[in-house]
Ligand binder design. Structure first.
Ligand code: SAH
Ligand code: SF4
Length: 472
């Protein structure tokens, strides 16, 4: 069951923010203090960090982009793979050194990793320099937690309950990007794929009210958003348990009625719940980008069953076919896990086979990581060198496919949304096509945030290079 936080409870958090701001103003002799927020993991965490940023700003901190000189460091952690957990802990260790220079520095850990009780217990005992810790179900109470720390100087450890399904509206937010924005439609997951920790740390599926989603969308468009991703672990479940007769396809239809020049995307869409209504919507909704992220995970029926995914390779391939019938040039992306417990060479070759058949625009590939408390953690594991060798073969094959794919764009004129200066070469701008391809080209800064036409002159595996076509 979703627990919707009342307006009165949110108003109390605003009071806590104002009280914290007054304390911080005193400590900073009327100026502002500095906070650094580091985010690991998925877009859901990025979206949460935008709320954390909104809250810290209201509490008297300016955001800074490093640990040095910060008065508050918040590490928003991820639990999906071990690697993300080790990186968060190693950053925490580095922040400890900073605390030696500035004993007043407040160190906070939050997010999925610390929502697991074995981790929060460990941090409580061994990482005594961590001042505040709060789990995903407590994020909306961050002002209260930080204020307590500021007032008492005591540690505040509130891992919360991972399965508690909170929906909180009306918290402040500072978006990381003006043009590309995330908007949550639902939270949590009920699918319990056997490898995945998300249902344990993000709780049961629950949806935001449609009027809240649509209001946020309208405000974002007014503020200049051009590329909007609707977020949820399983967006196709939107509205379940909340409305009898209103689902994700309905929400997309209502979203498209909002006036303005913007594109909509969504993630993630689980193959077992990709309905004909949603496929039809992809073909008819003028605001939807021609893009779909449809996580496959494995091409082997045997492994899909052990993963508890609820579809077969054939049903997956028929979905791809149905989607391409409706939108022939759709940009299709996927997630793949290699080295799931019990994966044989034959199972793995079936995954490679689907890559050749489906020809994805892009794949997000992961080496299976054992997660405590999940079903797959009790299955016989595959040695790391085998997993890693398969990973290399998988990414090599996809690189070949993508290069071939990108060659097909040479000489073509593509429409892109100009996002800003290229991250690797500031003499160039970077734009993104509605298929999600990055295109680099020379052009004036004044076109950032608008759409432009670019003739592609060169392609590489992961990027396209072109020349701007002047608009008249
Ligand atoms: N709800 C989304 C995925 C969330 S996690 C969905 O169902 O598609 C994002 C991706 O991380 C997953 O699609 C999966 O490919 C990967 N992943 C999740 N748990 C993992 C694990 N234990 N080891 C390796 N990869 C994992
Ligand atoms: Fe994890 Fe599966 Fe839920 Fe995605 S659908 S979050 S992979 S349990």
């Amino acid at each position: 069951m979703a627990k919707r936080i009342t307006e009165a409870e949110i108003a109390r958090q605003y009071d806590f923010m104002d009280e914290a701001a007054a304390i911080n103003a005193d400590l900073a002799a009327g100026g502002r203090r500095r906070a650094f927020i580091r985010t690991f993991g998925c877009q859901q965490n990025e979206a949460d960090s935008e709320i954390l940023a909104g809250m810290v700003s209201r509490m008297g901190y300016d955001l800074c982009d490093g640990v040095a000189g910060a008065d508050l460091v918040l590490i928003n952690t991820c639990a999906v793979r071990e690697h993300a957990e080790s990186r968060a802990l190693s950053l925490t260790g580095r922040v400890k050194a900073e605390k030696k220079k500035n004993p007043d520095l407040i160190i906070g850990l939050c997010g999925c990793m610390v929502t697991q009780s074995h981790i929060s217990e460990d941090i409580k005992k061994k990482f005594t320099y961590v001042d505040i810790l709060f789990g995903t179900s407590e994020l909306w109470r961050f002002p209260e937690i930080l204020l307590e720390r500021l007032k008492t100087g005591e540690r505040v450890i509130e891992p919360g309950i991972g399965s508690r399904g909170i929906v909180a509206e009306g918290l402040p937010q500072i978006r990381a990007d003006k043009y590309r924005v995330w908007i949550n439609v639902m939270y949590g997951c009920n699918n319990f794929c056997s490898y995945c920790v998300v249902p344990y740390v993000r709780g049961r599926e629950r949806s935001r009210l449609r009027e809240d989603v649509l209001r946020e969308l309208e405000e974002a468009v007014k503020a200049g958003a051009r590329d909007i991703t609707l977020l949820g672990q399983n967006v196709n479940s939107y509205g379940r348990g909340l409305y009898d007769d209103y689902g994700f396809a309905d929400l997309l239809r209502d979203a498209a009625k909002i006036e303005g020049d913007f594109k909509l995307r969504f993630m993630t869409s689980h193959p077992k719940d990709l309905t004909p209504a949603l496929i039809a919507e992809l073909g008819s909704n003028p605001k939807l980008a021609r893009a779909l992220h449809l996580p496959l995970q494995s091409g082997s029926d045997r492994i899909l069953k052990r993963m508890n995914r609820g579809y077969t390779r054939d049903t997956y391939l028929s979905l791809v076919k149905a989607v391409r019938e409706v939108v022939p040039d759709i940009a299709l992306t996927t997630d793949i896990i290699v080295g799931f417990p019990g994966e044989t060479e034959e199972d793995f070759s079936e995954t490679l086979d689907i890559l050749r058949l489906a020809r994805f625009d892009n794949i997000y590939s992961f080496i299976y990581s054992k997660r405590r408390g999940t079903k797959a953690a009790d299955m016989p594991q595959i040695p790391y060198p085998v997993k890693s060798e398969r990973y290399t073969r998988l990414t090599d094959l996809q690189a070949e496919i993508e290069l071939e794919f990108n060659r097909g764009f040479e000489g073509k004129i593509l429409e892109v949304l100009v996002e800003g200066k290229s991250k690797t070469d500031d003499t160039r701008l970077t734009g993104r096509t509605d298929r999600g391809k990055a295109v680099h080209f020379e052009g004036p800064d004044c076109i950032i945030g608008s759409t432009a036409h670019v003739r592609i002159v060169r392609s590489e595996t992961y990027a396209l290079y072109g020349e701007l076509i002047p608009s008249d």
